[in-house]
Design a protein around this ligand. Structure first.
Ligand code: MSP
Length: 633
């Protein structure tokens, strides 16, 4: 028998309660775990908390409690939330668990004996806020950002991990295993980092006391990342190693794709796996963080239901990319897709089945071309959804399914079942329509069960089942099988949200904590007549490719789809944006600007960005449902 599918989330710091960023990571893992169970696999799912280190020590001291007491408090927040959201992990591991502490010390000792860990002296710069040693290059970056005050000169005894010895093995592994990091563009960042050369990694501190002591040299505490990463080993039952899929945010990819495999290689335990790095939920353009005061907590959104939040996360975020969160966008999505979309389709279908067929699902006897086409679309969308979900792309899977659900709405409009019902001569046609709709909903309940377990079960029961949909498997599911009995009573799947009311009652998310300097607002430019203005061809574009122009820290070369064609555009936005974060963004392009050469590359247009000249450029973003090629006027 094959080993269980082993999936992990990062373990969360306990210096703050969960916000929607943390919640998203765990929902993604849970959806994938549930999906694999419904593929008939055994699944082992691990999550937990990362409890040691200076930040926790300080946060606890500020509250006058012990670090462990603080951790217990935050852990309770996490475990309650995960329970309320129906997470299906098998173990919630804490780095303060005894078996974990023993594991970390055992492995440290083993690598020390083997020579992969050695004691030496670190002399150089240290970043106080990141709790990390800083290379010369990083120091220059911090200085350029005006953050030099965070750096201190340091000389201390420390244990090093011989990371430099693993550079070649890591690069070889990357080359042989293109599936090691998803998505590809994030993998490229990792490769470039390792190709740039690896230095040995300091993995102990004498300045911290809240942590696991180095065995036999107790004034040293083991560095929090060495401790934290090993949770995946401690928490893994014997039959499940290695992890099949490790979900991480893009900010901690390097730790997982460089340090973690190197530790395992040193321990002789490394085996191929896949690391899936997702992007961030942003507030506007900023990362959500407690210090910026702009975090959204899950309870604010869970009022609309656990299924709704899970659906929103999976439907709106293309895995790997960043996404701006907006409360309005959240409500629009749920109203459009769950209240109007699936909810409406289910209630119409169920009520027609009751009204016209007394709750008994008819067998289709005669299909016309339209009925055939709809039945055929189901046969296509079902495997398509499964394949996309198997690639962890629930965004695309749900998109495909909802396109089909919209087509079903159109089918009802065209077939006009209410007219068919008036004349018994139309019975075969009405049977075909009702059977098609029933089958579509039955398949939908099955497909969305990993994403919306509660709603899928409700729908499943409305369709007349008394089983658990989550216990079914996709494989061998008879899409055109007959109904097992009469359907149940219709129940509403999702209550439409009164957006205006919600918005008026919404507590504003705290304004950013830092005080922004007064804007240096430029004077209004000279008046132009409308004809002059309309000569400028502005249109919506989508960025398809983005990479830095060699030897320039400012210029980024992009390929942009503007509807009619794809353009190469070079933009001076490299200090404000990473190429990876530009991909798939909608932008506004000046499409009829004369081409010009920038560092040897011909640029055919310009992207609109807002700025007060003193600060960074903010790319102007059309709404999500705009299409490349739309004119902006
Ligand atoms: N403790 C480390 C992980 C150690 S794993 C061996 C850590 N913890 S964290 O609590 O700061 O973050 C945990 C996860 O939450 C990360 O994957 C991070 O990317 C994710 N998120 C935190 N903020 C986020 C958003 N705003 N959006 C999406 N995910 C984000 O790092």
């Amino acid at each position: 028998m094959s080993k269980p599918f082993y999936i992990t989330t990062p373990i969360y710091y306990v210096n703050d309660r969960p916000h929607i960023g943390h919640t998203y990571t765990t929902v993604l893992a849970d959806v994938i775990a549930r999906f694999h169970r419904m593929r008939g696999e055994q699944v082992y799912f691990l999550t937990g908390t990362d409890e040691h280190g200076q930040k926790v020590e300080k946060a606890a001291a500020a509250r006058g409690i012990t670090p462990k007491a603080l951790a217990d408090e935050v852990v309770a927040n996490y475990t309650e939330l995960w329970k309320a959201m129906g997470m299906t992990h098998f173990r919630f591991i804490r780095t303060t668990d005894e078996d974990h502490k023993a594991q970390v010390q055992r492995l440290f000792k083993r690598l020390l004996d083997k020579g992969d860990i050695y004691k030496s002296v670190y002399k150089g710069l240290y970043s106080v806020s990141d709790e990390a040693y800083v290379t010369e290059m990083q120091a220059k970056e911090l200085q350029a950002q005006g953050l030099a005050h965070q750096l201190v000169e340091l000389e201390e005894e420390t244990y090093f991990f011989r990371l430099s010895a693993y550079q070649d093995r890591l690069l070889k592994h990357y080359e042989e295993h293109p599936e090691f990091v998803q998505p590809d563009f994030r993998f490229n960042e990792v490769k470039r980092f390792v190709e740039g050369g690896l230095q040995d990694l300091s993995i102990s501190r004498t300045s911290i006391s809240w942590g696991i002591p180095v065995p036999g040299d107790e004034k040293h505490v083991i560095y929090v990342w060495f401790d934290a990463l090993l949770n995946y080993l401690t928490g893994c039952p014997n039959d499940s190693w290695p992890p099949d899929l490790q979900i991480v945010g893009k900010d901690i990819l390097r730790f997982h794709a460089v340090y973690w495999p190197a530790f395992l290689m040193a321990a002789g335990m490394f085996q191929p796996t896949t690391i899936l790095a997702h992007g961030w939920w942003l507030m506007g353009e900023d990362k959500m963080s407690k210090s910026r005061g702009n975090v959204v907590r899950p309870d604010t959104l869970l009022r609309f239901g656990n299924d709704a939040l899970r659906f929103y996360f999976m439907r709106d975020m293309p895995v790997g990319h960043d996404r701006s969160f907006s409360f309005e966008g959240f409500m629009d999505r749920l109203n459009a897709d769950l209240a109007n979309g699936l909810g409406n389709l289910a209630s119409r279908t169920l009520s027609m089945l009751h009204r016209y067929r007394g709750g008994v699902v008819p067998l289709p006897t005669a299909l016309d071309a339209l009925d055939e086409a709809m039945a055929h679309q189901l046969l296509e969308v079902f495997p398509d959804y499964l394949e996309k979900a198997r690639g962890n792309d629930f965004h695309a899977a749900l998109d495909a399914l909802w396109t089909y659900l919209r087509a079903l709405d159109g089918y009802i409009v065209k077939a006009e079942p209410w007219k068919l019902a008036k004349d018994p001569a139309n019975d075969p046609k009405l049977d075909a329509v009702l059977a098609n709709l029933y089958r579509a909903l039955r398949a939908t309940a099955l497909l969305v069960a990993p994403v919306m377990p509660g709603m899928a079960q409700t729908l499943w029961e409305c369709l007349g089942h008394d089983t658990k949909v989550a216990e079914k498997t996709f494989h061998g599911f008879a899409l055109d099988g007959p109904a097992i009995g009469p359907i149940g009573d219709p129940k509403p799947l999702f209550q439409r949200i009164d957006k205006e009311k919600e918005l008026s009652e919404l507590e504003p998310v705290a304004a950013p904590a830092e005080v922004k300097p007064a804007l240096d607002v430029p004077e209004i430019r000279e008046t132009v007549d409308a004809d002059t203005f309309f000569k400028v061809d502005l249109r919506v574009g989508r960025i398809l490719e983005a990479e830095r122009v060699p030897k320039s820290d400012k210029l980024i070369r992009m390929k942009v789809d503007i509807g009619l064609e794809q353009r190469t555009i070079v933009g001076g936005i490299g200090k404000a944006y990473e190429p990876a974060d530009l991909l798939h963004r909608l932008v506004v392009v000046v499409a009829n600007l004369a081409p010009r050469r920038l560092m040897g590359i011909e640029s055919h247009g310009m992207l609109l960005a807002a700025s007060d000249n003193a600060s960074k450029p903010y790319l102007v973003a059309p709404p999500d449902d705009a299409q490349p090629g739309f004119l902006v006027k």
